[in-house]
Design a protein around this ligand. Sequence first.
Ligand code: IMP
Length: 211
Amino acid sequence: MIVDKVLIATKNKGKIREFKKLFEDFDIKVLTLEDMPESIEVEEDRQTFLENALKKAKEYADFYKIPVITEDAGLEVYALNGYPGIYSARFYSIDFGGKEEVRENETKDNANIRKLLRLLKDKTNRKARFVSNIVFYIPEKYGVWTEGYLYGKIAEVPKGDKGFGYDPIFIPEGYSKTLGEFDIEEKNKISHRAKATYQLKKILNKLLKND
Ligand code: IMP
């Protein structure tokens, strides 16, 4: 089967940048929601990363009628029973641990980070992992999914402005700097998203050739 284009259905600019680089060597035209004339809102209201990614894949693919890739990702902190987890993007606003204001001139990412550091203040266990669940779905045909993890710990203070989200406070295992201090090429060698994308590319290489 010939799949010559795929829509990476996300509006997150950090993710778009990383995905575009990750698919650079792959013979498929990569579109993002920024390339689409109309947009739809899909609520991420499921209980797991995979269910959210599946829901988004189905709704976007049915709407645009082209193959889509969706991702649901987040940060799981061991001492917080896996929170922020599926709430990673809007952790600042949920009741767990008390709500945090988004102050003037700051982003939601900043408020998320402030809340997380507040909750970890007296905790010695700062272990955490990033999770990525990716779904590739061809409307009315089939879908496949992959996952990737990046293990590490939460820093005491934010450092670096090269990434997005929780990158400035995440120190990957085996390193002494935060992901916020990684160049995109360097992050794309080790990240949860890179691992899940690598698995997906392996599957797609087989599937699309043998179909
Ligand atoms: P999603 O768009 O619902 O998948 O939300 C993902 C949220 O998890 C983002 O808004 C970030 O807060 C966080 N996140 C996911 N992947 C990363 C990453 O690679 N670095 C930093 N934060 C991430």
